[in-house]
Ligand binder design. Structure first.
Ligand code: HEM
Length: 299
């Protein structure tokens, strides 16, 4: 954080400027009432700022506050205490949510008032110029310090939301990772069941039921093959890869083929077999379209 001395240096604000401003104090005091009238007629004309000045009791108090601030421009003392007061003023406006835009615009009103005041009081251009330069510097310093409160508030908001965002994203990532891990464990369980199914099909063959046994075993192997693909895909996802939806559709297709094989052996009703074949056709089309769109995005 800058000290008042550093700020003064950056604005080439010298002791001579401080003296010049102090010399202006009696003139500022004479004009403070008029300045406050200008300031308030401006603020009351804008609905957004007028909203802060509705209560007549508050208005009288605020006029006094703003007038005191105006006179403090010409106190001749511009030390760290002065800087802290300006920071507190900035924070007061941030707290009540007066937009920085209106503070800047109000400062412009004060600037114009002071330029006219100097114009009316100092006909000599050289004299007026040195006072004007000192006035411009102190107004800019005021605005600079008051604006810092707004910038700090913005930074605080960005910092808080950024921290919250990254924490949320991190938590969501951990959650998805956990879900994927559960999925891999579940897939291992299902794969083991398919292996059991395959051995059960082999038992059918040894029991003499060749046709059913061989077709079922073939179907089970197909499912097992797709399960391996699915698990491989899941493990890649866990390692940070992309999930391939095609494999998922492939597993359903293979499971359906197995069901069709068994259904023909069971001599199921024609409608059942037609339904299964129709579903297989639809899934085949979906598979084809997804594969095509994946090829399209890859190129
Ligand atoms: C040149 C720009 C401005 C200066 C130098 C200034 C100065 C001040 C000062 C010295 C205070 C007292 C702060 C405190 O209690 O610590 C104050 C408070 C206040 N100002 Fe300003 N002001 C400016 C612009 C505005 C504008 C644009 C509005 C809009 C209506 C406004 C509305 C208020 C209000 C409502 C308070 C009372 C805050 C509270 O209750 O805490 N001011 N201002």
């Amino acid at each position: 954080m800058l000290t008042m001395q550093e700020i003064r240096t950056h604005y080439y604000f010298t002791e001579t400027d401080a003296e010049l401003l102090k010399e202006l104090f009696p003139l500022a005091q004479e004009n403070s009432q008029a300045m406050v009238e200008d300031f308030y007629s401006y603020l009351l004309k804008i609905p957004e700022t007028a909203a802060f000045l509705r209560d007549p009791k508050d208005l009288a108090r605020l006029k006094k506050t703003h007038s005191e601030w105006f006179l403090s421009l010409f106190s001749g003392r511009y030390d760290n205490e002065y800087m802290l007061t300006l920071q507190a003023i900035g924070q007061a406006h941030v707290r009540i949510k007066v937009s920085a835009h209106y503070v800047n615009a109000a400062m412009n009103v004060v600037r114009r008032f002071l330029i006219e005041m100097l114009q009316a009081s100092f006909p000599d251009i050289a004299v007026r110029r040195k006072y004007r330069i000192a006035v411009e510097k102190i107004l800019d310093i005021n605005l600079d310090i008051m604006s810092t409160s707004y910038q700090e508030e913005e930074l605080r908001k960005v910092f808080v939301s950024h921290k919250l965002e990254s924490k949320l994203i991190h938590a969501a990532e951990r959650f998805t990772y956990g879900l994927n891990l559960i999925l891999v464990i579940a897939l291992t369980g299902v794969s083991l069941s398919v292996v059991t199914l395959f051995f059960w099909d082999l038992v059918h063959i040894f029991q003499g039921n060749f046709e059913k046994g061989i077709l079922s075993a073939l179907g089970s192997l197909l499912i097992l093959w797709m399960m391996i693909e699915l698990m491989d895909n899941e493990i890649k996802t866990l390692k940070g890869g992309k999930f391939n939806i095609l494999i998922f559709i492939g597993v359903i297709i293979v499971a359906l083929i197995r069901e069709i094989l068994i259904s023909t052996l069971r001599h199921d009703a024609l409608e059942t077999q037609a339904f299964l074949a129709g579903t297989l056709l639809i899934l085949g089309i979906v598979y084809y379209l997804v594969a095509k769109s994946q090829n399209f995005t890859a190129h």
